[in-house]
Structure formats: structure tokens, C-alpha cells
Design a protein around this ligand. Structure first.
Ligand SMILES: C[S@@+](CC[C@H](N)C(=O)[O-])C[C@H]1O[C@@H](n2cnc3c(N)ncnc32)[C@H](O)[C@@H]1O
Length: 970
């Protein structure tokens, strides 16, 4: 709950549900106190008016107040983490420490919910002070636990009070004290802190337990060694992701009583808890009072999980039990005839087992098919040379299934994605959270090919652009959710019209959780899907294992697909030139020292490189449009680096010889060079066997063009997802249009090259501290005026390349918009080039392109044309498209500010639509509404929504939807 407005007789206060902070005055700000006093009621009303929500203004004004890491439960976590460390430092075993802390969460929850009331304790003859607070005693706690065991079945976090590893009285007091409000410091001091009193455990989200668990697992057992949590890949799944995934599954098949759900690696139970909640809320709508036994029946009948870790199973069980109790009316547990017991889940619903050791064999509940399988498996690339014991079963599985169920890259998560099919009912549905590289990496192409043919994947949510914000600081690996089912017609091939729906949310569209400052990281507490991010990919396009359709779906559209295949057909590729011996292409030379022992790899001496220079790509990392290497990028080869791996010398060496073109792995430069220069590993060298200088110069320009970057970014499917590197294969696949250019025309290219080598490159992004040396600043100083010239020359360069490729205006716009606008969103960035407000001239270009695309679709004979008007204020814009008789008015597009007199009429329409469909922009920032021959498109005022390529996509969607009959469209 981000905001709470409380009206009291004393006035109106606004609270931020995400803020718990102590002010210097000692008062608590946020949950316990007012954030702002509103004496003036209209301030408050304006800020929270539906309009402010629709337009996103609320997030502009208040976004920075809503930061999950100031939430009260994060404070609790801090204290619990410290507590765990301290308990273990005093000699308590890890398992006992976790059980003790878990037990106290449970006891406090029961007390705060009124289930473990003073009356109840009184009836049992137990003094509350012997259980809660610093006066707690071993006798008191063990007595209450025994009673609870009997009453509710207390198998939750079993704790042995007698054995060898039992906690001592001091441990107990310590924990009880902290739960009663004492604050602990790393040094072990304990002092009363009112902070803890803010916790009412009946309100702390049960999900918080997942975080507690993850923290426990990620505390290293020994310094400098990877923690257990890391080894087994235990990272809890962000709740917005869980909910989005379950909502998607619900759309396919509603979860209801009688259905069975399995999470094969349930961790702390995030998916299972949310499934259980949904089930309860479906069976018992608000207002109905489920009996405890009914809740128990639902849990026992429907919710199942497997995990390798005992602690994970414990936390899942505790979370499920607390969820059950969440819906219980405490007096229902108390009645004289109430014989209710909580279920013992272990071995019946929750199984401690390795999923690859056939847990179904010994556990009958796992033998029947499941209707839903959900989860987030461990993401782990197994290294057969460094195998942990726990990895052996999955590696055995990988080897046994190599042919029929390949995973690629030894990725355990993909083995789960296959193996769970053994547990899926014939009409069951799966929602599974996997590494996004599963879509993109070359290593996984075998997986994609087999998987998309074997199962029916109907939806994929690609979260890779949210990697920076999805899980705050906990992990940053790009993720994707896969939704699939058995193929009814396995073996019969794909349906021709089968498609996979995919969406790839951008951080820039996450209005409520978008970081307020560049470089800041918020943990997402909600995820918005924008209509413009949804694409349908024909399954036939991905069933050959290609990663390209996924890249295009996230970054482009079918128009890019069309352009790339058209150019691929029309021109020879660099690989063709290589085959015709027009060029020689190779990765650089990996120089190394002489082998130290016989076991080291064999090497060849590379005499030719001795005493020569090599390229150092470090100083070039943030430079763009480099046409000559700056002096500091050319350094002598270290004298002892005189060898290269045996047999890997000849070709790499030949591309170091002048004249050559050196292309960077990040594709930020392709420089023509005419001195011997060692091309370092991963960078690429290209030479012409005839030493054709003009051709190589033209090649360096071609490879420095926007088109080349566009091509490389889209076709090196991993580029920009996890590693900022393009592949050699993608370079070889680039269509090359100047090969047949007559000599005399190459002269222009060559002249342009000589002008460009005189310019200074541009520096992008923040320079790292190492780069901010005065010397470097000096070298890059004075770029201002040179830059202008560079701009003009680059325009000419891009013009030459586009011309040689025969690109029309629309195709040029596709390239321009990706390279100069959308790429500023790469890697979760919200670069100004993409998110700044569009200029009027850009709005006009958008409108003109939209109009011309729509008109092109009309029959030439038709007397009708599209009239396009854009009306905008600072935050959002409305496009109105009318199909009218061709006239002077229809031929001109209009762009108006909302307060402009001429815009009043349109503004009234906007108001009317807004009243009719309250609060839509917030839920769908790219909304289209159809009314007869009129279409309205609403968009936020961010540049990337108003590009020419977006106009082309919008036009196609408008045409498709009006042909279908229109209606309100998301
Ligand atoms: C990413 S976590 C699951 C997170 C969980 N969905 C949540 O939000 O809490 C992966 C889990 O897989 C478990 N695991 C790892 N290898 C396993 C195996 N071979 N069989 C079953 N569970 C396994 C780990 O113990 C860990 O709890």
C-alpha cells in the first residue's frame, strides 16, 4: 500500500506505507507518523485525484517517497540478520538459530493475531512473561511449544529443547528480547529500541519470511567462501513477479478447489503461498467466513512443493500455516468442541528431496498429475570439473537426456523446465521463471529448438530489461517467465497459425517504480505491462532455435524483421566475401607467456609480434565514432608475451598486418589502420588479400554506420542482454552493399574517411574514476567544435550507407530510432534520448508518418483520407485519427498544446473519454480507443513513444484493429 490517507478530527494526514524512519527528534516518520500535514485540503485532493493517477503525475511528485527499502519489514530483517549472526557467534548451531528465530516469528504472529491470547496462556498456566520479552525462560517457551503442538500441531520450525544442540537460556532471552523491541548491534550490545514495537506481526507480510530465509542462506559459513544460498541458487522470487505469473496462469486456467499445484523447487514457498491465497479467496469470497477445517482441506488437497533444503521446507510450511491462520477467525479455534489441528505438511505436501532423484517414487502424492506447476528453479551452470555433491543428480540427468531434452550450457534451470513435464497433468499449465538468456544465448539454441517443438509455449514475459530493478540489490540477472503446456498433438508438427505472445517491459514504462535518479535502484513493488510492449511471434519462427525473433520482439517489430531479411536476400554478406577471398576475417591474437610446466597448453612462438605494438581497448571503451586510434590506445606488447596457443597463430596474426580494419567486440568502432598492430583477443581484424586500401577504408566507414550497429545489436542476440558484446558470426552475417561499388564511387568514401580521421571521437556515459584523470580530460578537451563537424560527417556517412543499401525513409527511420532513441533504454537505463519529452517537430514527424502509413493503406481510388491531430500537455499526449473526405484539412497534421484555444474541442473529447473510462492511462500507458471512424491513441510524453518507427507500428495496429471491428483495445 504506497499511500494511506487518514482523516481524523484533528485534520488529514498522509502516510507513506513504505516508510519507516526515525527522525532526529525521536518521532517515527512513515508508518507511525504523518509524512506531511495537510492543512490545505485541496493540496491533498489534487495530488491524489484520479487525473494525477491517470497521467502519472502522482509518481512524478511522490515517487521518491515510495521506496521499498525503507519499509518497516526491511527494518525487521536488519535486526533478524544481526540476531542470527550473533547467535551463531555465541556457539549456537546455524540450524538451531534459524529454528529459534522462526519459532519466535510464529509465536509473535499467534500472539498479535489474538490466537495465543493472555487468556489462552492463562488457561494453560503459562505466564506470558516467561515466553515473550527478556524474562523468557526455557521452561516457559518449551511449555508453550508443547501446548501448541498439541493444540495446533506445532511441527512448524521444530525445535529440540533438550538435545545436544538445544538453545540455552541466554540464547532464548536474547531472541525474546529482540522480538520484544530490543535492538542488537553487530558488537552484540542489546538496547531497547522502540522500533521493534512498531512490528505488529499480524500485519507483517508473510512474504517477509522468504526474505528472512534468503538472508539466512546467504550468510557465508566461512568468510570468502560462497554461501550455501549461492551454491544451491536460492533466491526468493519478487512478489510482483509471482503475482504477475499467477495472474497469467489464472487467465489460462482458473485455479479452483480440487486442482493440484506443484512447485518443484519451492524455496521459501513464495509461489505456493500466493497460490494458496488465490485458492482461498476464490472459494471464500470476501464476507464469507471459512472454517479452519475447510482452509486446511484446501491446503492439504492442493498445495505441494519439493525442495532440497530442510530449512526451505520449514519456511514454506511455516508460511503456508501462517497464511491459513490469516484467514481464521481466532475464536473459531477456541470453541469447546473445536478439535482443529493444523496440518503436518512434511512428507504429505512438502517434500525434502532432490527433484532429479525421482521424488515421486517414494511419495505417492507426487505420483498423480498436477494441474499447475509453478516456480523458480535454481539458476546454475554446472561445471563438471567443479561439481558440488548436490549437483550430481542433475548432471546425471543432463547426460542421460542430452539428445532428447537438451538444455545447453549445462543450465540446471532448463533441466527443471523439462523434467517437470513428468509431473504435469495432460491438460496442466506451467508458469516457470528462467534465465532470460534461455531466449537469447547461442548455447541454448538446441534447447529452444527441442522445447518449442515438444511443448506448447503460449506466453513468454521477458524481464531482461527490468534486470536492474526487479529484485533490488539481491540479483541482477535477466529473467524471463515461460508459460507452457503439453502439446496435444506431440509429434504432429506445429500449427501454422500458432504463436507465442510475448512482452518485454521496459524500466522507462514502470512509472511507479522507475528510479528517480540515474544509477539509483529501486526494488519493484509493481510491474506494468504496456500495450506497446506486446508482440505475437509465430512459433514457426522460434522453433528452429533462433534467438532473433526474441530480440526483435523486445527491441523492434515485424518491420525490422522484414528489413533484415530483405537486405539479407539482396546483398552478399561478409561471409560471402570471405568465401570469395575478398577479405580475411579473424578474431585477434591471444598472446601469452611461455608455458610454466609441461601440463600447460602447448604454444607457438609468435616472432612477428615481438617488439611490436598492440591495441589496448581500455581507453576506447567509452568512445564512439572512432576513426583513428588515440595515442594512449597503442601500447608496446609486453616482452614476455611472445606465445600463442598452438595452431591459433596464423590467421589471427595475418589480420594484424597492415592495412587492416579493427572492429571492436562492443561494435563501438571499426578503425582502418596502416601499421602493424596486434589485434587483441575478442576484437576482430579484417584484411584484404590484395591490400586494397580504398576498399578497407570504405569498409571501416560501413562498419561504423548506424546501420551496422543496428544490424549487430539485433542479430547478436545476446548483445545488450547480458554481455555487451556482439559475435563474430553476427559480423559475418552482415549484408554488405559496397562490394560492387565502382572504383570511382569509392573515392567519395575515401575522401570522407580522410575527413573523419581528423575528428575527435565522442565520449559517452559517465567516465569511471580511473578515466577521469586530468591527463585524459586534457586529451578529450576541446571536442565541442570538432563534434559539430563530426555530426555533419556522420550524417553523410549514414547517408552513403543507406543509399548503397537502397533504404527508403521508413527503413532509415527504423535504424535511426533504434540506435539514437530506443538504445537509451538498454540494460534498464532510462536515458534522456529515450525518455525526454518529445519536441514539437518530433510530434509532427510522428503524426505525419502515422498519417502517411494509414493513407497508404487506403485504396488510391478512395475519396477518404486520415486526419491526424496530436494534443498534449506536459505528461501525456492524445492522438486523434479521423477518417474523413479528402480535403485540405485532411492533408495537414495538427500538433497542439492542451491549453491552446484551437485544442479546446479535442480537450473536451479527452475529458469525456477520461470520464467514461476512469483511470486508464495509469494501467495502460499506451491505450487505443476506437469510436466509429475515429481512433484515439494515448501515450506518455516520452520521446520513445513518439518516433517514426513507433508511428509505423501504431498504424499497423490501428489498421489491424479497425479491420477487426475495433473496440477498446489494450
Ligand atoms: C530460486 S530458489 C526458489 C525460490 C522460491 N520460488 C521463492 O521465491 O522462495 C531455488 C530453490 O531450489 C532449491 N533446489 C536447488 N536444487 C534443487 C534440486 N535439485 N531439487 C529440488 N530443489 C532444489 C534450492 O534449495 C532453492 O530453495
Amino acid at each position: 500500500m504506497p499511500f494511506v490517507i487518514v482523516h481524523t478530527p484533528a485534520g488529514v494526514n498522509l502516510y507513506c506505507g513504505f516508510r519507516h524512519r526515525r527522525l532526529p527528534s525521536g518521532e517515527i516518520d512513515g508508518v507511525l507518523g504523518p509524512l506531511t500535514d495537510f492543512n490545505n485540503i485541496s493540496d491533498l485532493v489534487d495530488g491524489f485525484h484520479a487525473d494525477a493517477i491517470d497521467s502519472g503525475a502522482i509518481w512524478h511528485k511522490r515517487g521518491q517517497d515510495v521506496t521499498p527499502d525503507t519499509r518497516v519489514d526491511w527494518k525487521l530483517l536488519d535486526n533478524l540478520r544481526t540476531l542470527d549472526t550473533l547467535l551463531q557467534r555465541t556457539g549456537l548451531r546455524k540450524e538451531t538459530s534459524h529454528a529459534l528465530i522462526g519459532k519466535y516469528v510464529y509465536l509473535h504472529y499467534l500472539r498479535d493475531r489474538g490466537i495465543l491470547s493472555p487468556k489462552k496462556l492463562g488457561r494453560w498456566g503459562i505466564e506470558p512473561s516467561s515466553v515473550f520479552g527478556r524474562t523468557a525462560t526455557l521452561d516457559g517457551v518449551s511449555a508453550v511449544v508443547a501446548r501448541l503442538d498439541e493444540w495446533l500441531n506445532g511441527s512448524v520450525f521444530p525445535l529440540d529443547f533438550r538435545g545436544k544442540y538445544a538453545p540455552k537460556q541466554d540464547h532464548l532471552r536474547y531472541v525474546a528480547g529482540v522480538f520484544a523491541g530490543d535492538e542488537v548491534s553487530e558488537a552484540g550490545d542489546q538496547q531497547l529500541s522502540l522500533d521493534f514495537l512498531a512490528y505488529n506481526f499480524s500485519f507483517i507480510p508473510i512474504e517477509t519470511l522468504s526474505v528472512v530465509y534468503e538472508q539466512f542462506l546467504h550468510a557465508p559459513d566461512e568468510p570468502d567462501k560462497p554461501s550455501r544460498g549461492r551454491k544451491i541458487g536460492a533466491y526468493y522470487t519478487p512478489i510482483p513477479v509471482v503475482n504477475l505469473m499467477l495472474a497469467e496462469l489464472q487467465d489460462r486456467r482458473l485455479l479452483e478447489k480440487g486442482m493440484r499445484v506443484l512447485d518443484p523447487s519451492c524455496g521459501s514457498g513464495a509461489f505456493l503461498v500466493q497460490c494458496y491465497r488465490r485458492l482461498i479467496e476464490k472459494e471464500f469470497p470476501p464476507g464469507s467466513k471459512p472454517k479452519p477445517a475447510e482452509l486446511r482441506e484446501l491446503l492439504e488437497g492442493s498445495i505441494f512443493g519439493v525442495d532440497l533444503e530442510d530449512d526451505a521446507c520449514n519456511v514454506t510450511e511455516l508460511s503456508l500455516i501462517l497464511t491459513l491462520l490469516d484467514y481464521v477467525h481466532p475464536p473459531d479455534l477456541e470453541g469447546p468442541r473445536s478439535r482443529f489441528q493444523l496440518p503436518a505438511l512434511r512428507g504429505k505436501n512438502i517434500f525434502r528431496a532432490d527433484f532429479f532423484e525421482n521424488p515421486a517414487a517414494d511419495n505417492p502424492p507426487l505420483q498423480k498429475g498436477f494441474d499447475w506447476i509453478v516456480g523458480n528453479p535454481p539458476w546454475k551452470r554446472l561445471n563438471p570439473d567443479k561439481l558440488e555433491n548436490d549437483d550430481k543428480p542433475v548432471l546425471k540427468w543432463l547426460r542421460a537426456n542430452e539428445k532428447t531434452r537438451p538444455v545447453g550450457g549445462n543450465q540446471a534451470a532448463r533441466a527443471f523446465a523439462w523434467e517437470l513435464l513428468e509431473y504435469l497433468a495432460p491438460d496442466g499449465e506451467v508458469g516457470f521463471f528462467l534465465p532470460a538468456m534461455t531466449l537469447f544465448e547461442d548455447a541454448a539454441s538446441g534447447f529452444r529448438q527441442a522445447f518449442f517443438q515438444h511443448v506448447k509455449v503460449h506466453t513468454v514475459v521477458n524481464f531482461s530489461n527490468l534486470a536492474e530493478v526487479l529484485a533490488g540489490r539481491r540479483f541482477r540477472v535477466p529473467a524471463a517467465a515461460f508459460f507452457y503446456r503439453h502439446r496435444d498433438d506431440a509429434g504432429d508438427g506445429l500449427d501454422e497459425d500458432e504463436f507465442v505472445r510475448t512482452f518485454s517491459p521496459f524500466v522507462a514504462n514502470q512509472e511507479p517504480t522507475r528510479p528517480v535518479r540515474a544509477g539509483a535502484r529501486n526494488e519493484s513493488w509493481s510491474i506494468l505491462i504496456n500495450a506497446s510492449e506486446i508482440r505475437d511471434i509465430p512459433t514457426s519462427q522460434v522453433a528452429d532455435g533462433s534467438g532473433l525473433p526474441w530480440k526483435l520482439a523486445a527491441w523492434g517489430s515485424s518491420l525490422d524483421q522484414r528489413l533484415l531479411s530483405k537486405l539479407g536476400r539482396r546483398f552478399l554478406t561478409l561471409r560471402d566475401l570471405e568465401r570469395h577471398r575478398k577479405v580475411l576475417i579473424s578474431e585477434g591474437l591471444q598472446l601469452r607467456r611461455a608455458p610454466a610446466s609441461e601440463e600447460d597448453e602447448e604454444v607457438d612462438l609468435v616472432e612477428e609480434a615481438v617488439g611490436k605494438n598492440k591495441l589496448d581497448v581500455g581507453p576506447l571503451a567509452r568512445l564512439r565514432h572512432v576513426f583513428a586510434f588515440p595515442a594512449d590506445a597503442i601500447v608496446p606488447v609486453e616482452p614476455d608475451l611472445r606465445f600463442a596457443r598452438k595452431g591459433r597463430t596464423q590467421l589471427p596474426l595475418s589480420v594484424c598486418r597492415p592495412p587492416n580494419v579493427i572492429v571492436s567486440a562492443a561494435r563501438n568502432f571499426a578503425v582502418y589502420h596502416d601499421d602493424f598492430l596486434v589485434v587483441p583477443a575478442r576484437q576482430i581484424g579484417i584484411v584484404s588479400p590484395t591490400g586494397d586500401e580504398d576498399f578497407l577504408k570504405a569498409l571501416s566507414l560501413y562498419l561504423s554506420s548506424d546501420f551496422a550497429f543496428y544490424h549487430q545489436f539485433l542479430t547478436s542476440t545476446q548483445f545488450g542482454v547480458q554481455r555487451g558484446l556482439a559475435t563474430l558470426n553476427a559480423l559475418r552475417r552482415m549484408p554488405f552493399s559496397i562490394e560492387s561499388t565502382p572504383r570511382n564511387e569509392l573515392v567519395r568514401w575515401s575522401e570522407l574517411h580522410s575527413e573523419l580521421v581528423q575528428t575527435k571521437p565522442r565520449t559517452i556515459g559517465d567516465t569511471s574514476p580511473a578515466e577521469r584523470t586530468p591527463e585524459r580530460q586534457l586529451r578529450l578537451a576541446g571536442m565541442g567544435d570538432v563534434d559539430k563537424k563530426l555530426g555533419r560527417l556522420l550524417e553523410e556517412l549514414n547517408g552513403l550507407v543507406s543509399e548503397s543499401l537502397g533504404l527508403d525513409d521508413g527503413e532509415r527511420a527504423l535504424i535511426h530510432d533504434l540506435v539514437h532513441v530506443r538504445l537509451a533504454l538498454n540494460d534498464g537505463k532510462t536515458g534522456p534520448a529515450a525518455v525526454r519529452p518529445p519536441k514539437v517537430v518530433e510530434l509532427r514527424t510522428y503524426a505525419e508518418r502515422l498519417k502517411s502509413e494509414l493513407d497508404d493503406f487506403m485504396d488510391v481510388q478512395s475519396a477518404k483520407r486520415h486526419q491526424v491531430a496530436v494534443i498534449h500537455d506536459g505528461l501525456s499526449g492524445m492522438v486523434q485519427v479521423d477518417l474523413i473526405r479528402d480535403s485540405a484539412a485532411a492533408r495537414k497534421v495538427q500538433v497542439m498544446k492542451a491549453d491552446n484555444a484551437a485544442a479546446r474541442e479535442l480537450e473536451r473529447t479527452r475529458q469525456r473519454l477520461r470520464v467514461q473510462r476512469s483511470q486508464w492511462v495509469y494501467f495502460d500507458r499506451n491505450l487505443r480507443i476506437y469510436e466509429g471512424t475515429r481512433t484515439f491513441v494515448f501515450k506518455p510524453m516520452q520521446r520513445f513513444h513518439w518516433t517514426e518507427s513507433q508511428a509505423m507500428v501504431d498504424a499497423r495496429q490501428i489498421i489491424a484493429e479497425t479491420l477487426q471491428g475495433g473496440g477498446v483495445e489494450a
